[in-house]
Design a binder for this molecule. Structure first.
Ligand code: ADP
Length: 215
């Protein structure tokens, strides 16, 4: 069984841009892969296709053996973290972390447990009562990562989540992401421009050029 399988996936945007061409690869359960390549190579598009935020033009996407190619994002159990994540401005950190679980109708005790656990893993346990605008950029990205963690998805999709942070913070958070991913054993696809990040976080490195995988 694979956690994720892309089978000859092609994306042609309206207007004819061929963003992704015949991409096939898979991730084993718990495996981490870094997706690298120059700007415009199609990295973000691949993540968005897997998350269901864009429709596939041709090909198939399977999650844990299930064909999700035509399913809405809600029906795919994946969590995506972006370069800059907008937190819900009217909710405190706690509310931001709890939001997806509340929507899902989880029990209050379960929500509380997962929120506090994720906050502790990410070092934001003392920020649970803050509003998003009272947080630094690094703290906001920790909350964004926490929102993905509490959901216990089948797959993490991270799109340069550390790109806007200073080098020291990047290094710290990189290690934290690695630690938490290993603890949860959830497969992860991580887009980055940073070779160091790709080395540390990717057990495999997938290189993309002009929409196609190299090698
Ligand atoms: P990367 O993440 O590697 O920088 P992207 O996946 O963002 O690359 O983009 C791949 C190609 O698809 C680029 O040529 C980009 O201009 C194009 N593209 C991305 N999004 C859209 C869109 N919504 N409509 C049309 N073209 C797009």
């Amino acid at each position: 069984m694979t956690a994720l399988q892309l089978d000859h996936v092609t994306k042609i945007y309206p207007g004819g841009v061929r963003a992704v061409e015949e991409v096939s690869f898979d991730l084993a359960p718990g495996q981490r892969a870094a997706l690298v390549g120059p700007s415009g190579a199609g990295k973000t598009t691949i993540l968005r296709l897997i998350a269901g935020l864009e429709t596939v033009s041709r090909g198939q996407i399977l999650l844990a053996g299930r064909d999700v190619t035509r399913l809405s994002p809600r029906r795919r159990n994946v969590a995506m973290v972006f370069q800059q994540t907008l937190l819900y401005p009217h909710l405190r950190v706690y509310g931001n972390l709890a939001f997806a679980l509340k929507m899902r109708g989880a029990a209050r005790s379960e929500i509380d447990h997962r929120v506090r656990e994720a906050a502790e893993w990410l070092g934001i346990g003392d920020l649970l009562h803050r509003r998003p605008w009272e947080l630094s950029g690094g703290q906001q990205q920790r909350v964004a990562l926490g929102r993905a963690l509490v959901r216990r998805p089948q797959l993490f999709l991270l799109d340069e989540p550390l790109a806007h942070l200073d080098p020291e913070l990047r290094g710290q958070l990189r290690e934290e992401i690695l630690r938490v991913q290993q603890r949860l054993g959830t497969a992860m696809l991580y887009v980055t421009h940073d070779p160091m990040e790709a080395q540390v976080l990717g057990q495999r490195i997938l290189t993309l050029r002009n929409g196609g995988l190299m090698g």
